[in-house]
Design a protein around this ligand. Sequence first.
Ligand SMILES: Nc1nc2c(ncn2[C@@H]2O[C@H](COP(=O)(O)OP(=O)(O)OP(=O)(O)O)[C@@H](O)[C@H]2O)c(=O)[nH]1
Length: 575
Amino acid sequence: QECPVPARGQSLTSSLSLLPGDDPTITLAQARDFARAGKFRPLGAATPSFGFVSGALWVSFDLPASDSECKSLLVIEQSRLDRVDVHVFAGDVERQTLSLGDADVFAARALPHRYLNASIDRPAGRELRVFLRVQSTSSVQLPIWLHTEASLLRLTHQEQAGQGLYFGILLALLLYNFAVMVSIREASYFYYVVYVASFGMLMLSFGGYGFEFLWPRSPGWQNAALPLSIAAVLGSSVAFARSFLDLDRTAPRVARLARLSIPLAGLMGLLALWPGLLLPMTMALNAAMVVFSLLVTVGAVLSAMRGFRPAYYFLLAWGLLITGGVALPLSSFGLLPRTLVTEYGLQFGSAAEMLLLSFSLAYRITLLRNERIRVEREARENLEQRVQERTQALSETAERLSLANQRLAETSLRDGLTGVFNRRYLDQSLPLRFADCVRRGQPIALLMIDIDHFKAINDDHGHATGDDCLREVARRLAGLARSGEEFVARYGGEEFAIVMPGADREQAMALAERLRREIGDKPVVTEDTTLRVTISLGVTCEERPGEESPLHLVRRADRALYEAKRLGRDQVCVA
Ligand SMILES: Nc1nc2c(ncn2[C@@H]2O[C@H](COP(=O)(O)OP(=O)(O)OP(=O)(O)O)[C@@H](O)[C@H]2O)c(=O)[nH]1
């Protein structure tokens, strides 16, 4: 028969007393002596929380006498204590010795429940004294209650449904994102999937559901699962943050730390499996959780400050998780009201976080894809523009080049001193013009011009003045001989030639005479002096070209020029 309790059970918290210190060598007999000597101290009303305990705690409480013989279910509303030895005394007689804790297989519990529990026989009319010796590698809390089977199940059946929902959400997110991961093979998805899986494992192991439903026969795994899953959560969350937030680009220093912390987390997880290192490594992993959270937060803030949009969502999700994570501690310190949301803050926070991260992953992929499309388009446009620019530049260069060539060709055909055509041009052009005239049946005339007594000018006034004189004469010749296809060339020294395609003898004579006067009538003004210069001209014309060669033409004109010189210069002779 079960001893009656209130509908939601009866808390023993206020009647607990504790032997100060955690000396693991204290025996039951010694503990009882300490109790008789009044060394146990009452714990007060709040749920006793001891953090990590390296030795063993001794706790004691009294059970009042019951009216009739009955059984009470002693429940520690905790699932993660390694070993709790329970000694029940009636006076000096030890009536019952029990052992609870997840160092034993799950089936050893009186009631198959994730909370540690054992059944205590209570004789009628006798007060009982209970001593508990508590040892654990995880942090110790002792919310001790008396329950009946019904009250315990009533207390937790709603919670079970809530937890079922929670793990259902995690499983759905896990499977969905696993499928996406397989199809798009993006690193972020992989880390996310590992993160969700290890977070789920952490919650299963921490809440005792894993031990209750998944590995009831493996107390060893129940012990190892917690540090291992914490290590996996740490490693995968940092790896996820690094990949999702593109930390290598947005916050390179944080990325460097992140790269270091992943193997570090793994190492701590593995070391926890080493006999005797479970407790220190679990403590180290708990501390690492704070440090890693800070690291990820700093990375996310830096990434957001760099304008990386997915970082905002990440920060929001991360904030939800952290808020959820601190809600329970804050509410146990009375800083937040104790409600369903604060009680299960970590569950609410982490489910919201993972849901939001799952959306963010999709959003991020879209964002990155759009970015890639934009970059590709810009690159294409850029390329097209560059090709256009290059083509334009190329055609400009080609134009410049051909202009330069033209100028070069022209320069090579011009006389450097006077600027009129040179002898080479004359030698090339005269046969062509001659042939043109032959073809058209037109006459062609040639004038040979020589400055009179030029040597004397050089001798009297110097070569510079001679050059000035040559330039001036050439300028005047070119000024008059410019109709049609006429051109002036310097034949050599102080001698010039004028080719007149299409001109007959009269026209040639007329031009020759005009030129003679143009030079002889106007003095040539140089920098140093003013000179009177005259020229002699030999004119020849082929009325029906074809019968003679252009060379002949030159010779005849030369002869005429010679004749003009002979007859006294400053005159025109025709041949
Ligand atoms: N300053 C200068 N003198 C030149 C140039 N080319 C040739 N001469 C000079 O021109 C002179 C030609 O003299 P000559 O051939 O004796 O003929 P000239 O003195 O003009 O006498 P005639 O032709 O018989 O009237 C020479 O003294 C050459 O040195 C030139 O480019 N510049």
